[in-house]
Design a binder for this molecule. Sequence first.
Ligand code: AMP
Length: 213
Amino acid sequence: MNIILLGPPGAGKGTQAKRLVEDRGMTQLSTGDMLREARKADTPIGRRVSDIMDRGGLVTDEIVIDLIGQKLAQGSDGGFIFDGFPRTLAQADALEDLLASTGQSLDAVIQVQVDDEALVDRIASRATCRDCGEMYHDVSKPPRQDGVCDKCGGEVNRRADDTPESLRTRLLEYYKKTAPLLGYYHVKTGLSTVDGLEPIDVVAERIDEVLGE
Ligand code: AMP
């Protein structure tokens, strides 16, 4: 089963994707994580994307399509969760071609819906482990020891692009380039919507209802 989690930055796509990895043995494909890894490893791609990412803009379609193509070629027994990809219509078309060329298809597209005010609050309060990607929230889920990951002991801090200016750009990019995908998938594959403002476990249940056993 291959699914897309669609929604603005801070909607909780990454949190739900990680849960699906644990519960269903699926493979999370987060282009944001892949790009952050490329930056950390200081690869040519990492250097190319670092300014645009910090400003909250989208990197070129070509770069992310290439990253996804490489991962799809490796296959996944439990299926793929696309998290933060596709973000443009060109990426959606490319994904369709990539899946078709490996004899696969999309089984569900799930919109995680959250209003803008909640996003601003969530993003201002969130922090991530730089090593394992575990996510924290200042109020609802702080690390037991300040700045230290409960899971792996790595360093927990804010993402460089979780600033008010960058968030504004990311939201504008979302409405301009990514939101049109909602209509596109509504017609193309059918679109399911879950309320991302519910507690994490409830959102997880709703997603399970969409996916079935
Ligand atoms: P995310 O972790 O999904 O919020 O992504 C962080 C940043 O990586 C975004 O603000 C973009 O700069 C870049 N990025 C991630 N995925 C994509 C994508 N599919 N297309 C273009 N840029 C992306």
